[in-house]
Design a protein around this ligand. Structure first.
Ligand SMILES: Cc1cc2nc3c(=O)[nH]c(=O)nc-3n(C[C@H](O)[C@H](O)[C@H](O)COP(=O)(O)OP(=O)(O)OC[C@H]3O[C@@H](n4cnc5c(N)ncnc54)[C@H](O)[C@@H]3O)c2cc1C
Length: 460
């Protein structure tokens, strides 16, 4: 059996029969397509049913069906929503439940080349968008990896290489097409159901399932057909991560917002650290970037340097790798107010803990910080840096211990960049008034808490 083409498998015993509207979308363990559909990038799944939606009606029907299954069985059967399948928490797959997979919804349309407005469906990937935009000399800040999905990243945040110049990915969103837990579908924006539009920008699935979005991309290059992104890769070796971090923080603070910097840091032993920097300039004025890139080379001893103007899709690599739960790591992150010596010392401490593989720093601030904290469901606007670690799979208590030095400095977290889906993490992701408003909206549009997978404020 081929899974989605022309047959409707039987629903699991005691579940309602599959509605005719979902014919040809369902995959079960008996189907040959199951191996490719069961897992995400981060987790191996064994769901009972996977719906591969090809239309918005399929999304609506799958939502209604999942709600019915819960009512009929009286059990909270896991219901996962998946777009690109790169969710760090692995919650876009499950065991014993239903997955609604939107990867078949991936249409892209440039609505207005002048303003940079484009429409894209949730199952597209950011690599696909980078290629489509590059052909029109446009860019959008998404992330550093092209296989990540539009749906999961855009509804959660989006910290990309043009973050300080253009803001989070969700800041570029103009409208979203939303299927709520009652199966209703509507466009939401600043004037149509603005509360839902607020919630879909940062609240992940707590407002509903986004099937499509309108975004505004930015023109970088004044010479048509010549868009190149200035990209500097540096490898430093530092003997003092505390002072390195403070100097990098100072460098970034003094650089114009066009400069973004992502670091990955590994312990070499003997108190030394190898630091790889990817510095990206969001502008077409290479002359203006030069002194800043030069200053980056003076932060610490540079072992390797590579600076190039590259086509935009090259900084968002898109290997289109099939998902078999291959990335068996755990990740944690915090948003930290200042990149200073204290942060550097905490990074060194965390990197010295058993199980920690590497650490990351990503510059925030700039355009991200200029958006008022109450404008979207991403309320953490004032922090200067994201600090995270990758760990071998560990028991939760060991993860907590390894991440503790950084955790204590965190005044926020990027929920979609972490494996931690506990309530303390939710409270950091959606602090204070942001969290209260999100709970209120979620209770209105999803009273039965159908969308309960992943980091959520409400508990069942
Ligand atoms: C290798 C890698 C690199 C990454 N790099 C970056 C980066 O540079 N910048 C950055 O900001 N993030 C980055 N991330 C994190 C990534 O943005 C999040 O994990 C995001 O959720 C992935 O989206 P997805 O659609 O691929 O995920 P999925 O696994 O499909 O979904 C993850 C979760 O998002 C929610 N969701 C998915 N689709 C929808 C939808 N259509 N509507 C509403 N909710 C939905 C669901 O709750 C789901 O459990 C990276 C992750 C990985 C694995």
């Amino acid at each position: 059996m081929t899974g989605t083409s022309n047959h409707s498998p039987a629903a699991p015993p005691h579940w309602p029969a599959l509605p005719p509207a979902l014919a040809g979308t369902a995959i079960t363990a008996q189907d040959s397509g199951y191996a490719a559909a069961r897992s995400s990038y981060m987790a191996v799944g064994s769901p009972q049913l996977v719906f591969k939606a090809r239309t918005e009606e399929h999304v609506q029907q799958a939502v209604l069906y999942a709600a019915q299954v819960r009512v009929r069985t009286g059990e909270r059967i896991p219901f996962s929503v998946r777009s690109g399948g790169h969710g760090i928490s692995g919650m876009s797959t499950n065991s014993g439940g239903i997955i609604l997979d939107l990867s078949g919804l991936r249409a892209f349309e440039l609505l207005d080349p002048e303003s940079g407005t484009f429409r894209v469906e949730a199952g597209a990937t950011w690599g696909q968008i980078a290629s489509a935009l590059a052909a029109n000399d446009l860019v959008i800040s998404s992330g550093n990896f092209g296989d990540t999905g539009v749906g999961g990243l855009a509804t959660a945040g989006g910290i990309g290489y043009f973050g300080r110049a253009q803001g989070l990915t969700l800041d570029a969103m103009i409208r979203a097409r939303l299927v709520t837990a009652d199966g209703e579908v509507r466009w939401v924006d600043d004037t149509h159901e603005p509360e839902l539009f607020w919630a879909v920008r940062g609240g992940a699935t707590q407002a509903g399932i986004a099937t499509a979005f309108d975004f505004k991309a930015t023109a970088l290059d004044s010479v048509p057909g010549n868009s190149r992104i200035l990209h500097q890769q540096l490898t430093y070796v530092s003997r003092n991560l505390a002072s390195f971090t403070a100097e990098w923080g100072q460098w970034m603070r003094e650089a114009p917002d066009q400069m973004e910097s992502f670091l990955t840091i590994q312990a070499l032993g003997d108190g030394q650290h190898a630091i790889q920097a990817r510095n990206v300039w969001a502008g077409d004025d290479a002359m203006a970037a030069r002194p800043i890139l030069q200053a980056a080379m003076e932060i610490a001893q540079v072992h390797d340097e590579h600076t190039q103007a590259v086509p935009y899709p090259l900084i968002v690599p898109t290997p289109n790798t099939p998902h078999v739960g291959q990335q068996r790591i755990q990740m944690r992150d915090v948003l930290v107010d200042v990149a200073d010596e204290e942060l550097g010392a905490a990074l060194a401490d965390s990197l010295g803990q058993r199980g920690t593989l590497l650490a990351e720093l990503r510059g925030l601030g700039g355009a991200i910080a200029r958006v008022p904290a109450d404008a979207t469901a991403w309320g953490n606007r004032h922090q200067e840096v994201l600090a995270g670690t990758w760990m071998h799979p560990l028991q939760m208590a060991e993860q907590d211990a390894a991440f503790a030095p950084l955790q204590q400095l965190g005044t926020g977290t990027y929920g979609a960049y972490s494996s931690d889906i506990r309530q303390d993490a939710a409270a950091l992701a959606w602090p204070g008034a942001t969290g209260r408003k999100l709970i209120e909206i979620s209770e209105q549009v999803d009273p039965q808490l159908l969308f309960d997978r992943g980091l959520t404020l409400r508990q069942h």
